[in-house]
Design a binder for this molecule. Sequence first.
Ligand SMILES: Cc1cc2nc3c(=O)[nH]c(=O)nc-3n(C[C@H](O)[C@H](O)[C@H](O)COP(=O)(O)OP(=O)(O)OC[C@H]3O[C@@H](n4cnc5c(N)ncnc54)[C@H](O)[C@@H]3O)c2cc1C
Length: 396
Amino acid sequence: MQKRALVVGLGIAGMSAAIGLRQAGWQPVIVERAPERRIGGYFVGLMPEGRRAAADLGIAGHLPARNPPDGGKTWSLTRRGSLEPGLGFLHLPGDPLAVIRGDLEAALWQGTLGDGTSEPVDVRFATKPVEIDDTGADVRVLLEDTGTGTWYRESFDLVVGADGLRSSVRRTVFGPHENHMTTWDTMICAFELQEQVPSFARADSLISARAGRAAWVFSFADRPPTAMLTYRTGDIEGQFTGSRVERLRTVFSEMDDPVVRHALDSVERAPDLLFDSVHQVKMPRWSRGKVVLVGDAAWCLNLFSGMGATSGLLGGAELGRALRENPDDLGAALASWESRLRPFITKHQRIARLKQQMFVPSSRPAEALRSVVLRLACTARERRLARTRAAEGSAS
Ligand SMILES: Cc1cc2nc3c(=O)[nH]c(=O)nc-3n(C[C@H](O)[C@H](O)[C@H](O)COP(=O)(O)OP(=O)(O)OC[C@H]3O[C@@H](n4cnc5c(N)ncnc54)[C@H](O)[C@@H]3O)c2cc1C
């Protein structure tokens, strides 16, 4: 009989896992707490591992490439108010594919619908698990349809918790959030700009970073840029009280440059914004019995890593592969999946701390060091590009 899996969460990791499970011959059911698809989101740079996973899941053809030509120009605004060439996210090694999270969501959604050779995935909105009971033989899950208020029980051969940073599957099966979520004393606010910062070209990306606070503008070839304001604070709880816009204005009051001014004016008009504290999730094991966590629920790398979407796609695709390779031994499949993925995740969890210093330096000395490192990296990149152009010139 076909094995059934419950996937909790219709995000990047949940849909990737569902498609991976279906490829492995399983029958996935996705439950999503929200009443409809969550199509929002801002800049995502898809790294090579994410692009490969998208290809494995058969959704790469649904993804647009929104990279500005040659990655566009990136400018850093200095304390003195001058502009210096900067290094943006799209200049990272691996040529990240610039998309918005909604592009990935839409491509994966298309993938869940099936293509004639595969069945559409059963997706139930406004539904969440209330109890998860792993009996050893199966997992009995009490589900709540929050639209009608009805509760019902179903049995599955596997439960996949893909319900994000504050995962309820993790809390229910693996223990309280405090045991697994590390605090980074940093806030982020991401949103779409209605228009580019005045006097800059459409494809320019912009960075204004000072000790403890920073504004980033990520540009695309074919749509308005998105912005991220980020700041460090010792009082995370306090950030969630009162008006977010007023709080941002206070935090950024000492940074009076065109990027910050434009971002603060735009945030007031942004119809949709992501405002949250930054965390990582660290767990000694991502599965227990017949329950496994993927994506932010298991390892949240966070926005500074730039690997959240990539690792969500990879986690789901690799789960499917491990189940395909171990069709009759769930324990072996989960163990092999985790041992393949863990070195990658551990590496990027570590690197994220360094990247955080690049996004928002922790102090004046860190800010100064960051400037030196970036200047050297920019010079090295310019030299590399010049060499490539010269080699191309002499070849033609
Ligand atoms: C609306 C939205 C916008 C985002 N925007 C960005 C962005 O601009 N840039 C960026 O880098 N990252 C963004 N992220 C985060 C990014 O998508 C993730 O870091 C990464 O893709 C891994 O995703 P995930 O599927 O593990 O978790 P998530 O993307 O958080 O998805 C989890 C899903 O589970 C659902 N869920 C939660 N609890 C339950 C429950 N109890 N029962 C059923 N369902 C539940 C949530 O509604 C959500 O749909 C965004 C996430 C969301 C949800």
